[in-house]
Design a protein around this ligand. Structure first.
Ligand code: GDP
Length: 362
């Protein structure tokens, strides 16, 4: 697939995939997210990369820029409008991104420390990903910690690897083999991503450093390819509306608000919404749909921008009366004129059991 740089073929019927980061504590999940976000700060909002609530949105144009270093010869044709990366890593976020049994997160990055291989929470993450059938790629992180590593900031992995001394390359190979063996012991095949000939049954490993940025372009490129290759069907807009609560927060001037991810469909200010509450269903009207101000406009008084309407996939804050008892992980329903509010309330409350079950089992 050798294609020209600006050859986008965005299908208007496709939404952006949603990506979360998982892994053992201290493997570098937060720093990888920071590294990706910093690129946003450096580029300003020029590339259209925007900070949302609980997520960072990368439109196709910015993704192409960020992956340029590893996409020179094989210009990859981007088909999806962008990528929504959830800002908070971890099990809990992943579990909250679900809707009664089905999974709302499209793809995951599982971070493994190359110096430690698979650790207890790595295994837990793998179990969660398998249970939810979420495709994932492994970031084999902290390659810069290999003794004598020669840093070239933000370089593609294969280029920076060529610059390493023989003994560094050998140490890398040894640690890589150990990690692959760990995966084998868990009954899974694993391979360096560019050697992986069978993405569907072999885990791809992308060596990265969240400190130097090496391998980060490869990681983003791989996530894009993975979603484009295998998920087009799932990423087609459905007429159904899907929205899930990630966090419940009290904000000065807004009272209790909920941070949500809209996975599918659109939502308007003034919509009547129904969701699950600790003491029964919550039935309220959206007062405001809020996202943060762009970076450039820090002087503006309000911390947030109000939107009359938002389209999936997007992370934002809902301000409304009566959200005090809402629960992270609950689905939000829109109650239109033709919907039966009682039926939606029943569906919303069914959520409570499945959320409590999820907490129990994960
Ligand atoms: P998390 O618990 O998985 O979110 O891990 P953090 O992102 O907080 O990172 C844990 C520690 O590892 C911090 O001290 C980071 O500075 C460090 N760290 C993370 N990624 C890298 C990396 O690629 N190279 C090096 N040398 N240190 C890293």
């Amino acid at each position: 697939e050798k294609l020209e740089a600006d050859e986008y073929d965005i299908d208007k019927n496709l939404r952006s995939p949603i990506c979360v980061v998982l892994g053992h504590v201290d493997t570098g999940k937060t720093l990888i997210l920071d590294k990706i976000r910093k690129t946003r700060v450096q580029e300003g909002e020029a590339g259209g990369i925007t900070q949302q609530i609980g997520a960072t949105y990368f439109p196709i144009k910015s993704l192409q820029k960020l992956t340029n270093k590893v996409n020179k010869k094989h210009r990859y044709k981007h088909k999806l409008p962008g990528l929504l990366v959830i800002d908070t890593p971890g099990h809990e976020t992943f579990t909250n991104l679900r809707s009664r049994g089905s999974n709302l997160c499209d793809v995951a990055i599982l971070v493994v420390d190359i110096m430690h291989g698979i650790e207890p929470q790595t295994r837990e993450s793998i179990d969660l990903l398998k249970k939810r059938k979420t495709p994932f790629v492994v970031a084999l992180n902290k390659i810069d910690r290999l003794y004598d590593w020669n840093v070239t900031e933000n370089m593609g992995f294969r280029d920076t690897f060529k610059n390493q001394k023989k003994h560094v390359q050998m140490e890398f190979q040894n640690r890589l083999n150990e990690t692959i063996l760990h995966f084998n012991q868990l009954g899974m095949n694993a391979e360096l991503y560019f050697k992986n000939k069978s993405i569907k049954d072999t885990v791809s490993l992308v060596p990265t450093s969240a400190v130097t940025g090496e391998g980060i372009p490869d990681l983003l490129m791989y996530v894009v390819q993975l979603t484009q290759k295998y998920m087009i069907k799932k990423l087609t807009y459905l007429s159904t509306f899907q929205c899930t609560i990630l966090e419940v927060k009290v904000i000065e001037g807004h009272g209790t608000t909920v941070d949500v991810i809209l996975v599918n469909g659109k939502i308007h200010e003034g919509d009547r919404i129904i969701t699950c509450g600790l003491n029964g269903p919550i039935d309220t009207t959206i007062r405001a749909l809020l996202t943060p101000q762009p970076l450039k406009e820090l002087r503006v008084k309000s911390e947030f921008i109000r939107h009359p309407v938002l389209h999936a996939a997007v992370g934002f804050k809902i301000s409304a009366v009566g959200l005090e008892n809402s629960i992270p992980g609950s689905e939000v329903f829109i109650c239109g004129q033709r919907d039966d509010p009682e039926e939606l309330k029943e569906r919303a409350m069914k959520d409570l059991n499945s959320i409590l079950n999820d907490v129990d089992t994960s």
